[in-house]
Design a protein around this ligand. Structure first.
Ligand code: NDP
Length: 243
């Protein structure tokens, strides 16, 4: 990922194609769980970089910060197939250049029911949404899917306490591999990322990273993604991680 350092200046100085292109050419990013935390920071950063951002929220009427930031807001609970279908219908024919499967939960208990719910949000949500929006992504000359995973899902993770969350993120990494294999011939670039430990409701106040910083780094990573990176797992700052 040495290429990152070459292009950081271009990105931060506003040299992105999105800003220079006409309206028809504007890049579009769809970000799930964009009403707070990392999703909101990603939405703000990609808008700053010139993208049109479609931010999804379970309760759009309460997504005031996302609205004030200027995003187009759409309703989506990623566990609800009917809502996924309705979203895809609404977006039919519209190009999506970047899908960030960000919405996620970190439950406090590890009973079977909670684990099933966690798997449904963290793993199946990204899978079914990606497949539902695949025709939109195929309208892009360089379609990208970023699955927001976690280092707790790494197979080398020895921290037993993360239980069902860790299982769901390990399985999400398999979703990345599956989408990569299924759609690489269509030019799809699909990666998993670990965003680092961030100050959000999930990460807590004591977390070392600021979501705005993480979002800026992720934007650089996305900007410089090539098909060679597809099917792999990266730290938000660009370093490749083991599964
Ligand atoms: P937050 O808890 O701050 O925000 C979670 C977001 O996901 C909210 O917008 C929430 O919506 C949404 N969400 C939860 N359930 C659903 C659902 N069923 N359908 C749609 N949206 C849903 O988390 P973070 O911002 O910290 O985390 C974002 C991602 O980053 C997650 O995937 C997480 O696992 C990952 N991550 C975070 C780390 C951290 O340190 N913060 C570390 C490693 C990974 P609502 O407001 O309606 O609840």
């Amino acid at each position: 990922f040495g290429f990152l350092s070459l292009t950081i200046a271009g990105f931060s100085s506003g040299g992105m194609a999105a800003e220079e292109a006409g309206e028809d050419e504007q890049l579009t990013a769809l970000i799930t769980g964009a009403n707070r935390g990392l999703g909101l920071a990603f939405a703000e950063k990609f808008m700053e970089a010139g993208y049109h951002v479609i931010g999804t929220a379970r309760k759009p009427e309460e997504a005031t910060e996302l609205k004030e930031a200027g995003a187009e807001i759409m309703a989506l609970d990623v566990t609800d197939d009917k809502q996924i279908e309705a979203l895809a219908k609404k977006l039919a024919g519209r190009k999506i250049d970047l899908l960030i499967n960000n919405a996620g939960i970190f439950p406090k208990s590890n009973d079977r029911e909670t684990m099933m719910k966690t798997y449904s949000v963290n793993t199946l949500g990204p899978y079914f949404l990606s497949e539902a929006l695949i025709e939109n992504l195929k309208l892009s000359p360089a379609p990208k899917i970023v699955n927001v995973s976690s280092q707790l899902g790494q197979l080398t993770n020895g921290q037993g306490w993360a239980g069902g969350y860790a299982f769901s993120k390990a399985a999400l990494n398999m979703v990345t591999r599956n989408l990569h294999s299924s759609h690489r011939n269509e030019g799809m670039m699909v990666i998993s990322i670990h965003p680092g430990h961030n100050k959000t409701d999930m990460g807590g106040d004591g977390a070392p990273l600021d979501p705005a910083h993480t979002a800026a780094k992720l934007a650089e990573l996305v900007e410089n993604l090539t098909p060679d990176h597809s099917g792999k797992f990266f730290l938000y700052s660009g370093q490749e991680l083991d599964w």
